[in-house]
Write a protein that binds this ligand. Sequence first.
Ligand SMILES: [Mn+2]
Length: 447
Amino acid sequence: MLRLQIPEQLVSDLNLAAERILSFHSTIRIFSHHDADGISAASILAKALIREDREFHLSIVGGITDDITEWISKERDELVVFLDMGSGDMERLSSLDASIIVLDHHTPKEPSENVLEINAHRYGMEGTREASGSSMAFLLALAINPRNSNLAHLSLVGSTGDRQHVGGFSGLNAKIADMGEKEGAVSSKKGLNLRNSPLIHALTRSYDPFIRGLSGREEKVRQLLDKLKIDGGKKPSELDEEEERRLGSLLILKLLKQGCRPDMVDELITTRYFIPSLGMYVSEMADYMEATSKRDAGTGVAMGIGDEEAMYRAKEMEEEYSEELMKALMTLEKNGAREMEHIQWFWSYSGEVASAQAGIGMQYLLDQEKPVFCLTELEDGRMKISARGTRYLVSKGLDLAEVCSAASKFGGSGGGHNIASGCTIPADRRKEFLRTADEMVGRQIRK
Ligand SMILES: [Mn+2]
């Protein structure tokens, strides 16, 4: 534990949580968030508990709803752990008659005496960038048993799912990456940020980075590789230095031309973490996790725990998911977003890929001076909104968690991180909400 050099208060809170878990001899109830980070966090804790021969009941959920709190009361769950969520619902959780542990990295609200809340922000860490739900779960796993250090790769998978790898891991994530390398759970090397499949496929299916006029278009990719005299059957890791340089410089040029910010362009050639035991990159596994979060979260957890068959199923899900996402991104590439004074927004027609479409669109396709709001209509008359900014906009004062929290004024609810946040509102309040968001962002960025 101390090998990681984390604040003493955090160590003692983690030890307290670990003690509560290890001294509890009935079924532990776990709820985790249904995204790549939440599923990775769940796999880490599940694996740690399996190793201790403990019983648990795990659910992957979208958020803490009344159904969940009622369920906990009805089932008389005595020990409940929330992963990658909970800090936004402290009031609701503190009224429950159970021992509750929250491991989170979202912007915290008021603390509660009844809940053991271990939130990265409360220990001087920048939870948006330096620590994910998975890093917090990994710390707990270490407190449960130091041998869980060999799960470090899952922690990095979760952090990557929350896009904390952009610009290189920092803070707690960097410490975990170091530990993972020492343990042999990961190895790192600088290289092109593409999937490790034949270049024709890797470039055609590349959405992060999304390269205008190239991503999603196999014929264009072929032409480009012919021009560069590079064999499209080679994987990125098989390129010699000269080929990598030739391809890399051309892609960098394209990204600059399409208006990407330099920090995003730098991401094209970056430190890549490989998981030797699984034969895949951390970023690939994060993509698999993301796909399972949309299709079958149980498969993601099983993959995280180490089920080989689940890994194949997750790979299939990722193929389908990335195809859907590519279509959505190409639509955004063609149509762009609608501009307001301080924000931009667009409709997404696929709820499954909407948040990824917003995040990637923001980074590679849209106006870099305004955050984007992506709107999806839900079946029940409500509307889901995903808001995404950039680090550059956050450095100018943008706080999308504050903006999305304003959904409560319109009969909705929301919150999240300064750079990425979400909310749901009644569909008929859309215009009012967007107007309010536009004003709020204008005020934040002017400050
Ligand atoms: Mn998270």
